[in-house]
Structures are given as C-alpha cells and as structure tokens.
Design a protein around this ligand. Structure first.
Ligand code: ZN
Length: 337
C-alpha cells in the first residue's frame, strides 16, 4: 500500500468570490496552514491536473460546461447571486474535478494508497447535470465516480455525503443507476430542501439512494447512529470497490451555514467507520471536500478526518473514545461496538 495522498492545486485559489461570500479562498489556505504545522499528517501532497472536457461532459451537459468556461473567459459573470464566476473559476473547478479524478486513479491503481483526501474549491455536490447551485460549478465526486466506473474498472462506487446540506446534485446524477450507492445524512428544513427519507432513487437505481435527514440541532449521537445502523450495513451489502466521502464540514457546531452540533472529533469518528467499511470490503477510501465555512473548525475537522483515515490503528478499536456521556444519555441505548 502506498502512502496516503493529498490532492489540490493552486488554481483552486483563483476562483474569486466577493462581498463576504462564505465560499472563499481562505478555506483552502486555512486547511493547508494547519496541515503544514502538522507535517501534512504523513500524506504525500500532489498537484492535480485539470479534468478534461471529456471527463466533465460524462456527467454535465456540454452546453453547461461550455457556459461556465465562456463566462470565465469573459472575465466574470454569475449564474445567480450565490453562484459567481470569475476569470479563474473554470480553471479552479476543472482542477477540483481533476483532483478527485487523480485521487481515484491513484486509489484504484495496483499497489496504490488505501486512502486519499482532495481539498479543493469551489465545492461540487449541489451541481447537477446542467445547473450550478449552492456555490458549486462542477460535481467533483460525481465526475470522479463516473471516471472510476467508465475508465478505471470500478463496478460499484459508494458515496457517503456528510455535508450538512443534502448532496442533491450527486443524488440526482446517479438517481437511476445501481452502480452507485449514494447515502447522505443532512439537516432537514434547510437548503436545498431535497433529500426526504422517502427519496430512495428510481428505475434501476431504486433503493440505491439513502437519504437520512436529521433535525436542526442534532448532535453526533444521531449522526453516528444513522451511520452505524443504516449507512454502513447497506454499504457493506453493496460491496463497493471504491468508497468516496463527500466531506463537507458545515455540520460543525461553529459553522453558521448549518445548525448541527458536530465537532472535529465527530468527523474523525465517521471517517473511522468509513475506513473500517473500506477495510472490510477491500475498497479504498477517498474524501472530496465539499462545504465548511468556519475556518478554524474546517481546518481542525479536515485534519481530524485525514488523521483518522490514515491511522494504522484498527478502525473498530478506537470508536468508544468518542462516545461522550452526553451522546450516551441523549440516545438512551447502548452502542454495538
Ligand atoms: Zn454544505
């Protein structure tokens, strides 16, 4: 097994947002200064090439990809108030998708690493086939999953989305396929308003979308319970050959974009569970950054995730450390650990 890999590219800093927009370049610089202080946690750092137009149009419509590109080429523009395009936006988004693709190429290569993290911006999981939404231009986790399925020999990809917002773009893109199992825990009653528990996919994909909304104010115990008792057993039955995390950090208690009460250690715990799933199914695990706007919380949570993914301790042996007294009393039953 190769050493864990971290993917990004300086082009991701060139996507400019203005006027106090929460999705800003400081998100990446905050993550990378924390990682520098920690010796990159043993990860090898790689700069990723941009995704090719062919890779992007395997998920998005050619018209949409070209519209983003021409808006960037013109120097600036906006699809709407939230979804802004600057001169560097196409390059940033193409490198962000490219980073996710390069990560899955490494993860699926013979003797490749078993874990990776792709820290790029703008985020991706709200972008649909032909629309921008929620600060996202291209859907990196979807582009990488499609690349893995079409070109790298993967047959089943499991995507777990722990961003506080429903990954509506990803869910929509893979709604009718059984080659991708999509599971999302997200806060109900907030943007984008999709992801009801009854939305389980359609046609061949029926049963391959698992949507688990939680109430505003939910603590880690609720998230862990859904992950352990619903998401992990379903993913284990699915037997993925690649596991991707849509890793947003706006469910952190300090993040104003969400209303949940997770902490950095909560993301580490979820990462440990996903790593355990990867070990049991023989699937490598890659995380792709989505949201997360409170800079200190974001940096600490990314570091905690990367550390948990790369840890050499057995995945199941450390979980009880993260079960707080509050969690245990909150939920009122014993965890099966
Ligand atoms: Zn989000």
């Amino acid at each position: 097994m190769g050493c864990p890999l971290y993917f990004s590219h300086p082009a991701c800093l060139e996507h400019e947002t203005t006027g106090g927009h929460p999705e800003r370049r400081a998100r990446i610089t905050a993550i990378e200064s924390s990682l520098t202080e920690r010796g990159w946690l043993g990860y090898e750092v790689r700069h990723a090439p941009p995704a090719s137009r062919e890779m992007l149009v395997a998920v998005h419509s050619a018209e949409y990809v070209d519209a983003v590109r021409s808006m960037s080429d013109r120097g600036a523009g906006a699809f709407d108030e939230e979804n802004i395009v600057s001169e560097g936006s196409y390059r940033a988004a193409a490198h962000a998708s490219g980073a996710a693709c390069a990560m899955v190429e490494a993860l699926l290569a013979e003797g490749g690493p078993h874990v990776g993290f792709s820290a790029t911006r703008p985020p991706g999981h709200h972008a649909r086939t032909d629309t921008t939404s929620g600060f996202c231009l291209f859907n990196h986790v979807a582009v990488a999953s499609r690349h893995a399925l079409d070109s790298l020999g993967a047959r089943r990809v499991f995507i777990f989305d722990w961003d506080v917002h429903h990954g509506d773009g990803t869910n929509d893109i893979f709604r009718t396929t059984n080659a991708v199992l999509f599971a999302s825990i997200h806060q109900s009653g907030t943007f984008p308003g999709t992801g009801a528990i009854t939305d389980a996919g359609s046609r061949a994909g029926e049963g391959y979308s698992i949507n688990l909304p939680v109430q505003k104010g939910s603590y880690e115990d609720g998230w862990f319970s859904l992950l352990e008792h619903i998401v992990i057993p379903a993913a284990e039955e699915f037997q993925p050959d690649l596991v991707l995390i849509s890793a947003g950090y706006d469910a952190h208690r300090d993040d104003e974009q969400g209303g949940c009460e997770l902490e950095a250690s909560s993301f580490a715990e979820m990462a440990r569970h996903i790593r355990g799933l990867g070990e049991r199914t023989g699937a490598p695990v890659g995380a792709v950054l989505e949201g997360g706007y409170a800079l200190d919380a974001l940096a600490a949570s990314v570091c905690a995730t990367m550390q948990a993914l790369a840890s050499e301790e057995p995945a199941d042996s450390v979980a009880p450390d993260f079960l707080t007294a509050r969690a245990a009393s909150h939920i009122g039953f014993h965890w099966e650990l």
